[in-house]
Design a protein around this ligand. Sequence first.
Ligand code: UD1
Length: 441
Amino acid sequence: MTTEAPQPVLEILGRTSLRGEVQISGAKNSALVLMAGSILCADKCTLRNVPNLVDIKRMGQILTSLGVMLKQTDDVLEIDAKNINPTEAPYDVVSQLRASFFVIGPLLTRLGTARVPLPGGCAIGARPVDLHVRGLQAMGANVSIEDGIVHANLVGNKGRLQGTNIYLDYPSVGATETILMAATLAEGETKIENAAQEPEIVDLANFCNAMGANVSGAGTNTITIQGVSELHSVDYHVIPDRIEAGTFLVAGAITHSEITLTSVIPEHLAPVIAKLNEIGCQVIAESDDGKIFGGNVKSQRLRIVPGELYGTDIETLPYPGFPTDMQAQFTALLSISKGNSVISETVFENRLRHVAELQRMGTNIRVKGNHAIVQGVPIISGAPVMATDLRASAALVLAGLAAEGKTTVHGLHHLDRGYENLEAKLSNLGARLKRIIPSGS
Ligand code: UD1
């Protein structure tokens, strides 16, 4: 009989005030796609401000399996993709990381062939890759899916993907990234219409341009890429993580604490800050000796000054709408804000699973279809809860900070995918929490 290794849990003693400063790490979702983008060039690329996370390690394993050499020193990652081979990325890693699919565009456009297992990731919906596949097909690739493996090849003797106009049915972040990367080395011009406009797309375009690509319009709904024949080495700073920053802003709000975030680009948080203002918090941007990102954007400090909290309605949307990756954290926050709130999740179809766990803590939330109907309660109480996905795990930690008594968060492997040193950062702000192996397990 095999016994599973005991899994750690996070014990949180709630209702402590936070104070002080917290440094925001590099953006997970940007770093992941820039790692894949590094395959586009045969020279060494250096990425800075790379967060130390399980997802980043998994992406590293995928690149290594393709023959890429990696060297990591603190938050600096050197990537040497001189000798890549189009072997299949390992299924066990791919199945745990949706971003692993991002290697398909760079592999195909540089080598003319790619074999990538269908991806995994958070259990928040079906998450198909049809838009990625259709984009590559429109550029002349032959793409087939056999036994869960996506095979993509250049057809004919053209030797390169062909630029074309691609209209995305939905502004998918991943599909925009796949097509953008593939188009950098394609022959001619590619236009992506109804493109995603997320800051991570702009970061990818800036990164590709720093390697010698010709991408314009990133951050708008039409991106134009003039293909070039090769790209060169680059030394690049990953943008700050807007979702980590948003999560800490909610930590301030939910504990009624004034805290300051450093290394943030406030503009990336506009929809989150707007909602925090609406429910009764002031969020003040202050200049610091900020780093420069993407060539010309300077990071800043953000201070949250919470007041009395009131409910509001939220609908998740593609950027610049309210981010789906902040929905769970706001569900926790609104559950202790005065009055009623309706939260509508429109991006993913199965992303309200944290509600059942929040209910265990005494919140008053009902789920109806893709809506969470929240009636704010004055106080919630600690309970054992299970994280169901990455951002849900953050929501439970936040609820634990606000709750009376002890909350025990299980399923920490989700949290570790996407939050660098969360416990240490929260402890430094004065939170009372510790990761333990539960006795008796
Ligand atoms: C990225 C982010 C994720 C974030 C999401 C939306 C990474 C690694 N992850 O995920 O944290 O929550 O953007 O901001 O960057 N869809 C299709 N067909 C496709 C592709 C997507 O139907 O080919 C659907 C998805 O199922 C989903 C919606 O489009 O319902 C949005 O997905 P997408 O924008 O692609 O998100 P990801 O790139 O997977």
